[in-house]
Design a protein around this ligand. Structure first.
Ligand code: ADP
Ligand code: MG
Length: 327
């Protein structure tokens, strides 16, 4: 019921950024090629995510707001696979329980769209006809309107917007094949076309991480020890508050781990005698059997079967890269 969902929302939906993350991930799951995110007042007034994905059948729409009613688990095999990706069928019921929400969706080939809304709970289980191109829009207004205690934990609109933008940026850096747009209070903040080819990927990194980062960063693409490491590493000359310029993806998922920072600092110290805090956008690919992914709603953690090997791989690859560019 609504209370259970609100308690779950406390876990899953901490702030507008979490709404953005959950909705955009759903759009990706639906095979979207372009995803548009509109925010008002840092996402406190409105989070709207519109995609051109597969859409959802009208008969399935109300079901999507029931707990654990994910459409993404069809067999036990799937269950194991999606368990590691965090598909738990909790996001939509949680978000609905603390907002005014509307879902409008049209399957490709359908004559028109269907729409369903609610405030804390659904108004009705039966969707009604609506106008919308193929794909899905979900509009979330007045987040935490019915849980004032939670709303008090939110920061300023500017801060909430920054969190929401970071959430989208982290995803955009992992899916170069998908286009993303972000507007805040009607103002265009990001417009990222699908990026195939190295120059387009570089351009996307530039718009997210800054021209100053990409201008001096060294590109890496190294395979060794059965793993591949690619991406961009900032040099010591890149002086900026870099707290949020550390992106580390393991098999496509953003991971917060001290391991890459540690390996990079050692490589920089060794080759360049520099003790700076490295900036990087790095993608590590390895045999999934070598990593345990544990997806907490707010953060992704991995446990490498052999962290020492991963460290040695990163250290070795970056060490070689730096020796090549050392002045
Ligand atoms: P989960 O993603 O874990 O399945 P959610 O609560 O995030 O759970 O979503 C519930 C269901 O709603 C999904 O399984 C999917 O069937 C449907 N759904 C949500 N968003 C979309 C979307 N953008 N396009 C198509 N279907 C969607
Ligand atoms: Mg989901």
């Amino acid at each position: 019921d609504q209370l259970v969902n609100q308690i779950a929302a406390g876990e899953v939906i901490e702030r507008p950024a979490a709404v953005v993350k959950e909705l955009v991930e759903n759009s990706l799951d639906a095979g979207a090629r372009r995803i548009e995110v509109d925010l008002e007042r840092g996402g406190l007034g409105l989070v709207r995510v519109r995609d051109d994905g597969a859409g959802i059948e009208p008969a399935q729409m109300a079901l999507a707001f029931e707990r654990h009613a994910t459409s993404k688990i069809k067999s036990l095999d799937d269950l194991e696979r999606v368990a590691s990706l965090g598909f738990r069928g909790e996001a939509l019921p949680s978000i609905l329980s603390v907002s005014r929400l509307r879902m409008t969706s049209r399957r490709s080939g359908a004559g028109h769209a269907w729409t369903l809304g609610g405030e804390g709970v659904l108004f009705a289980r039966q969707p009604v006809p609506a106008a919308h191109p193929p794909g899905t829009s979900i509009e979330v207004r007045d987040l935490f309107f019915n849980t004032p205690a939670r709303r008090k934990f939110l920061k300023s609109e500017a801060t909430e917007f920054r969190h929401a933008q970071n959430a989208l940026d982290r995803i955009a850096l992992s899916r170069f094949d998908v286009g993303f747009a972000l507007r805040h209070n009607q103002r265009r903040v990001r417009d990222l076309a699908p990026a195939d080819g190295a120059p387009a990927r570089r351009a996307r990194v530039a718009s997210i991480c800054g021209e100053d980062f990409i201008a001096q960063a060294v590109e890496i693409d190294e395979s060794r020890m059965g793993m591949r490491l690619h991406g961009w590493v900032g040099l010591p000359s890149f002086a900026r508050s870099q707290a949020d310029l550390q992106f580390f993806y393991v098999n496509g998922r953003l991971v917060r781990d001290r391991l890459p920072g540690f390996a990079l600092r050692r490589a920089f110290a060794d080759v360049m005698h520099s003790a700076h805090h490295p900036a990087y956008v790095l993608y590590l690919e390895l045999d999934p059997a070598g990593v345990d992914v544990n997806v907490h709603p707010q953060k992704t953690e991995v446990r490498f079967r052999d962290g020492g090997r991963v460290h040695d791989m990163l250290f070795g690859a970056v060490h070689q890269l730096l020796r090549g560019v050392r002045p």
